[in-house]
Design a protein around this ligand. Structure first.
Ligand code: NAD
Length: 467
């Protein structure tokens, strides 16, 4: 495929940025320019707001069932284009086509099918009193802004678009400037599915420019943001004084806790996969592995061996690779030993082999700051209480996993972890009905199932006295 010309999707047509400026999109597999995209700003946000404003009322006037049918039609068009979407995602992120097709794109389609079915299943929310009935109805918010990161580009964007549309809103989406391709193709599929273009506007460009302008625009009444904690803080500081609804899905430094009754051979694959899938660039990756001191001698060589056999992939950009390498240098300065990994390989892309670091204090910077790359630190512990202290000892609280031969013991341990989500003897196992989100500096609010419907609507109570 040649060079791709990404444009902003506003209303029923495509536009360059008002500024006329463009940005290069570099493919991480070989470092070449795969596309260029508009460098949008507040002027483009203003246009998108107009388009969204024009489209939203008639969409909101449809029944929930009719909107759910719209979501299913969109899922159909995505299914027909799934191989192509996977190709674009692989090109932009460097992940293998198979992973893009069967992890990312399958899930994008499922996001629409799930929310369509979930919407149709909603029972009326009625609360009877002795002398009155409360009718809880859910009104659309209006125009919502959706800001997403580069690691699971269309997967995380559609996770927001589907419930936002279901609840009767129009959206303005701002995908990551590092991975604009699938959002661009998706905007075409929305229109092919017969939805009014103004319902899904997609603006491209840098976060501090077009992302910031989207958060600042007074007509955009809710912001759902997924990205880093530092950016989330800026988004919150901008949106809070305007009393916007805000959902923040932020960074993590998740612990993978191996309990002393775990069968090493049985858990090894899961522990390695949770550390290194997508080159460690999933917010839920377990980047700190906690192992009982008594098991360390048996665990570590097998872990390192399994990591060495894990496929090497690129990270998202040259700058990100330098950041990850900087953390590996810091690990050595902090007294750690890099047991394997951290090598670039000979290609032209941004490859980095999976790295394991031992010997670091659990309070060191490398063991508490989010690296978001193929780096796992390993820490010994002597009691379950100590494991819990280490697991809970960062500013983050997104997710974690526990590995044990006793699922009930694992569940009890998981309950004491300060995280929004925890897995026992599994990882990245997702039921779309359950709450998704973090505590502490990993986020504010929850998405998923009922929580998404709640976020993307205004719940209104109407109390009707009996005759
Ligand atoms: P990022 O914070 O740099 O960027 C995220 C998005 O915000 C991008 O689209 C960016 O352009 C935009 N942005 C940047 N500055 C902005 C501003 N001032 N106003 C509005 N928008 C702005 O994050 P990233 O590097 O793209 O993604 C990696 C981070 O995302 C990691 O920290 C990871 O943990 C986190 N993440 C969290 C989850 C979750 O569900 N909790 C999921 C995936 C990724």
């Amino acid at each position: 495929m040649g060079h791709i010309d990404v444009r902003n999707a506003i209303g029923s047509s495509y536009h360059d940025a008002v500024s006329g400026l463009r940005i290069d999109d570099i493919g991480p597999l070989d470092g070449t320019v795969v596309a260029t995209l508009p460098r949008s700003d507040a002027a483009d946000v203003a246009r998108a707001v107009e388009a969204a404003r024009a489209a939203q009322p008639s969409w909101a006037a449809l029944s929930l069932f009719e909107r759910a049918n719209g979501l299913d039609r969109l899922a159909d068009t995505m299914e027909a284009a799934a191989d192509e979407l996977a190709h674009l995602e692989a090109l932009d992120t460097g992940k293998p086509w198979d992973v893009a097709r069967h992890v990312d794109i399958d899930r994008c389609i499922r996001n629409f099918r799930f929310f369509a079915a979930f919407g149709r299943d909603q029972a009326p929310e009625l609360f009877r009193m002795d002398d009155a009935t409360n009718h809880v109805i859910r009104k659309p918010i209006g125009i919502v802004g959706l800001i997403s990161p580069w690691n699971l580009p269309l997967y995380l964007l559609t996770w927001k678009v589907a419930p936002a549309l279901l609840m009767g809103n129009a959206v303005i989406a701002k995908p990551s400037e590092l991975t604009p391709l699938t959002a661009h193709r998706f905007s075409e599929l929305v229109r092919e599915a017969g939805l009014d273009g103004g319902l899904v506007n997609v603006l491209h460009g840098f976060g501090p420019e077009v992302g910031q302008a989207l958060v600042e625009h007074p007509a955009v009444e809710a912001i759902s943001f997924t990205g880093g904690t530092a950016t989330g803080r800026i988004v919150a500081a901008t949106a809070a004084p305007m009393f916007k609804k805000l959902s923040l899905e932020l960074g993590g430094k998740n612990a993978t806790v191996v309990l002393d009754d775990a069968d090493i051979d049985a858990v090894l694959h899961g522990v390695v996969r949770s550390g290194f899938l997508n080159s460690g660039q999933i917010c839920l990756c377990g980047s700190r592995v906690l192992v009982p001191s008594t098991m360390m001698a048996a665990f570590l060589p097998r872990f390192v061996d399994a990591v060495q056999r894990f496929p090497i992939g690129p990270v998202i950009s040259e700058a990100h690779r330098s950041k990850v390498e900087g953390y590996l240098q810091l690990a050595v300065e902090e007294g750690g030993t890099v047991l394997t990994g951290g090598e670039r390989g000979d290609g032209t892309g941004f490859h980095l082999s999976p790295a394991v670091v031992a010997g670091l204090s659990p309070t060191s910077r490398c063991a508490t700051e989010e690296i978001f790359g193929p780096v796992v630190t390993v820490h010994p512990y002597s009691t379950e209480e100590e494991a819990l202290d280490i697991a809970n000892g960062t500013e983050y609280g997104l997710a974690g996993s526990v590995w044990t031969s006793d699922a009930e013991r694992g569940r009890r341990f998981a309950e004491r972890m300060d995280t929004g989500m925890a897995w026992v003897n599994t990882w990245l196992h997702r039921d779309l009905r359950v709450p998704f989100g973090g505590v502490k500096q990993s986020g504010v609010g929850r998405e998923g199932g009922m929580w998404s419907l709640g976020f993307f609507s205004e719940a209104v109570n109407i109390c009707v006295a009996d005759d």
